[in-house]
Design a binder for this molecule. Structure first.
Ligand SMILES: [Zn+2]
Length: 408
């Protein structure tokens, strides 16, 4: 794989060329198949991000080209030895040329989507700047996904009133399958990477929670994943980000979506929270699968019946009419155990299968201690303090629920 970055009037353009051994079909680090459609994309950093450290440019490129690279990657600028080494040990890929010093920075930025998880992170770090990825169309790919309201999400991020850097990019349209989407989930950080030197960034915080980090996430078979290659600090992506002077920080990595929901709803940013990608400026659509799933969690957190017009027959509710496993199953258990009118909701069948109780799901109200230990040192104290004050750590028995997830 050969990658080249060029810049023109505040827009970085990435072009990449496959080597003979590379392929246009590949898989994301979580195993999901991805197919390449075109070989260029753009990242709009505006006046900032004029000359990022080569490791930052290389990492930004790698989040895009990793699925299709087999044996080697040739960057257009020399990278640091540590960065090349992290690619070699993590992916078995030869990277070069080598010959630059490593970089470092001091501040933490929040990769901010506007959903409850990243809002919980923002609440933990009230002074951290936001970097928001905004999907824009690709000049060479027709946009057939106009129901995705990226401009609404960007506007909500603006209204949060925090230091905010919105970075539009068309990189999701590189994929023909699934379409559109991030080639690697880490591509959401391209803006933060290209702006990292300007903003003196030394870490980037994500909203990945307990399910994504430790319970296998929704694309995995559900099982305990201490060595999660995507999000473990010692995993291959964790080591690569650290080599680029921008360690990944998962402040809510030890807590469930019930906790991030509660923290977000108690936050002064509450009115700007939005997990639905389809709704207008007036509110979430209320009829997509994501809205239904999050309504289950919110109703559980607020101790009230679900409010939804969807039924078991509605298309977005289809997956919950089957027996488990379900994506985000721990939260389905949590909601089914707590929502008063569950038998009249699209989750009635799931509730019968899961037979969860308030007691059997209480572990999901607290924080898994190793997740705090995993936060890099400069930010660990602040996470630990927030957890101590507002969430509480799991007991040993509760932590065992995490560690035996998927084996019962
Ligand atoms: Zn929706």
């Amino acid at each position: 794989m050969r990658v080249t970055w060029t810049r023109d009037e505040g827009v970085w353009r990435l072009v990449f060329l496959l080597d003979p051994e590379d392929g246009t079909t590949g898989s994301c680090s979580d195993g999901h198949p991805v197919e390449l459609r075109t070989n260029s994309c753009h990242v709009h950093t505006g006046a900032g991000g004029g000359s990022p450290h080569p490791d930052l440019l290389a990492l930004a490129a790698w989040t895009v080209v990793a699925p299709w690279t087999r044996r080697r990657v040739t960057f257009d600028r020399p990278v640091s030895p540590g960065f090349a080494e992290a690619l070699r040990t993590g992916w078995g890929v030869d990277a070069g040329p080598v010959g630059e010093d490593a970089r470092s920075g001091a501040r933490l930025a929040v990769s901010y989507s506007g959903g409850a998880d990243s809002m919980a992170v923002a609440t933990m770090f009230p002074d951290a700047p936001f970097v928001h990825f905004q999907r824009v169309s690709h000049p060479r790919v027709p946009n057939r996904w106009t129901h995705y309201r990226a401009e609404v999400l960007a506007d909500l991020a603006r209204r949060a009133g925090r230091e905010l850097h919105i970075v539009p990019s068309d990189l999701e349209f590189l994929l023909s399958r699934p379409r559109p989407g991030y080639p690697e989930h880490h591509a959401v950080t391209v803006g933060a990477l290209l702006l990292a030197d300007d903003l003196d960034l030394g870490g980037i915080a994500f909203g990945y929670e307990l399910g994504s980090r430790w319970l296998g996430g929704d694309r995995y078979i559900l099982r305990y994943t201490p060595d999660n290659p995507m999000w473990a600090a010692h995993g291959k992506w964790g080591r690569l980000f650290t080599a680029a002077g921008l360690p990944m920080v998962l402040p809510v990595g030890g807590v469930s979506e019930a906790v991030t929901m509660r923290v977000a709803l108690e936050s002064d940013l509450r009115e700007h929270v939005r997990w639905c990608l389809r709704g207008s400026g007036d509110g979430p659509c209320g009829v997509c699968g994501k809205c239904l799933y999050k309504e289950l969690i919110q109703a559980a957190v607020e101790g009230r019946p679900m409010r939804t017009g969807l039924t078991a027959e509605s298309a977005p509710a289809r997956s919950w009419q089957e027996p488990p496993p379900y994506g985000g199953q721990e939260m389905i258990e949590y909601g089914c155990a707590r929502v008063p009118n569950i038998a009249e909701t699209p989750f009635a069948r799931a509730a019968e299968h899961l037979r969860a109780t308030v007691e059997s799901t209480r572990w999901l109200d607290h924080c898994y201690p190793p997740a705090v230990e995993e936060v890099p040192e400069p930010w660990r104290k602040q996470v630990a303090a927030f957890v101590g004050e507002s969430i509480g750590l799991m007991t040993d028995d509760q932590a065992r629920r995490v560690e035996t997830w998927g084996t019962r």
